[in-house]
Design a protein around this ligand. Sequence first.
Ligand code: ADP
Length: 643
Amino acid sequence: MLNNYTIPPKTYFEIASLGYLLVLYLISFNDPNRKRLRSYKLFRNLEVNMLLALVVSILTYIFAYPELGTPLFICTILRTMDSIMCVMAARLFAIYLMEYVDAGRRMKWIGIVGNIIFYVYLVLMILNLPLKFILWYAPDGTYMHGALFVPIVFSGPVYYLSSGIIMLIISMRTLGPREQVALSAASIITLLGTVIQAATDGSLLLSLPFGSAGIFVLYFSLETTDYHELIKSNEKLRIAEQDAIKANRAKSDFLASMSHEIRTPLNAVLGMDELIINETRPEKQIDPSSAVRIREYADNIKDAGQILLSVINDILDLTKIESGKMEIKAAPYKLHTLTADIDTMIRIKAEQKGLTYIQQIDQRIPDRLIGDELRIRQIMINLLNNAVKYTDFGVVRLEVSSYKISDDTINLCISVKDTGIGIRSEDIPHIFGNFQRLNEEHNHSIEGTGLGLSIVKRMVELMNGRIEVSSEYGRGSVFTVVIPQTVNSGKADESAGAGIPEETEAAAPFITPECTYLVVDDNRLNLVVATRFLDDLKGRIETASSGTEALQKMREKKYDIIFMDHMMPGMDGIQTYRTAIKDPENINTATPVIMMTANALNGVREEYLDIGFTDYLSKPVDINELKRIVKRHIPPEKAIRQQ
Ligand code: ADP
């Protein structure tokens, strides 16, 4: 009998499919290390399942015949396996579709019903083995189908494929044209094969070959490495685009906040100035009461100017921090000098508001420390200024203590407490964000940019410290900062402090009647400010409004100090300086040249000093700082002390 045996023609399609699916399996296996999309894993599951289903089906239709001598139970097992593999293939196809159209979450019930159908089907197939009501072999070897064969064996695949198509239709709008065509074509081809096979009661074995054709469509349109790369780079582009939009929005928000913060004090400056102009109209007599008012307006202008300056300084600090340019410079300093300065500064502000200021410094803290005094000072002042600002009555308290963390390191604990308005618990997580001003309806009259705490936090972190806040709304707040500091065992030199200006150096009033100054600036108002400030020192002051004019003057007269602006039209300050030092006719080659500029970015001081400038003074010029610089660079005998 076996001699006459021919492979049944209805398996030819399946044998061909097995061949080309194997080829596809090898092609799609080419680069297992390459990271693929998630759908690819499901695609591989589907592909492997389809291969096995084809193998089982071909074996079944070749060998599951008792007349060939195959034992009946093997024939039954093969038929059962064949059916199960087909149902599984349809199920995996639906799972793949579900993943691709991302319907898993939105249409969970489709998956749940699919699972129930599958497990019920499995149980029925197992029950069928002893009970013989779906498929079985008669004792004479005839293969039999029960009435329930088609509904049980085909309901699963039809459900999976049709629900897959429904998901696809629902999600069509979220897919690109390529995905729409590929997924629809693959689903329709696979469903068609299953329906034809069911309609012909299994005499045309088309479900697996058509399913394999569907897999081909899926692979070459959606699962090739090239296409995955394309999707990934599109995704990267999309993220980059979103980031760019976000950055742009952040920039606009930043500019809007800055514009607001700058306009508010500017409004005060211009308004107060208008009032001064009004009070000093030629037809108006300046009596003592109007003089008092003018003084008040001038004081207000000064306050608003200080606020403007602090806004700019905050922005500079933030820019430095964000660009990673803020450096923490550790140098020896004395804690008690720092806290004494802070006491003087904050006590005045607190008392002006009728608040009690208490400073409690633990005497056991080593006084000589090594750290960035300037930044620690900035942190303390910021927190204390806030405490004063947000407290209407009661007490502002600074407590400083320490504990040892190693032989030469302590943790410095700075705590700033107030009995002010407090912070709502829901606002606390946002308090350290940029431009975060909380409780605006209550605080709108209090000046601030919402940058201070964000800068404080980042500076604390740069120093490897931490900051915490606890607050009771309406009752007060406590800000606690812990920063590690090295204890100065005595060898390091305090005079190399972290850039703290010599507070006492210029404190004693002095005049310089013997000195001659040259101020070089293209801006008329800046020249006025500098000359008026220097007027106080009673020296002779000359001005030049360009580099060329300055060079001329340097040839004609010997000066004691030259103040040079940087940004000037034509020859700028640096070019002027470089030309001057090479100029053989210049009689001021040994004269100190001070860079006096509005360029106040981090590190510029060092850059100017490297070029050769003797010192650096940032604009807006502080009169005391100007005097300190003068005193530092004129011959001591020319500074005459005044009582
Ligand atoms: P601002 O320039 O607005 O003071 P900060 O960054 O220093 O900016 O503070 C952010 C916000 O935190 C403030 O607007 C204020 O709402 C709140 N805040 C800061 N310190 C205190 C404090 N001591 N008491 C109550 N609220 C505070």
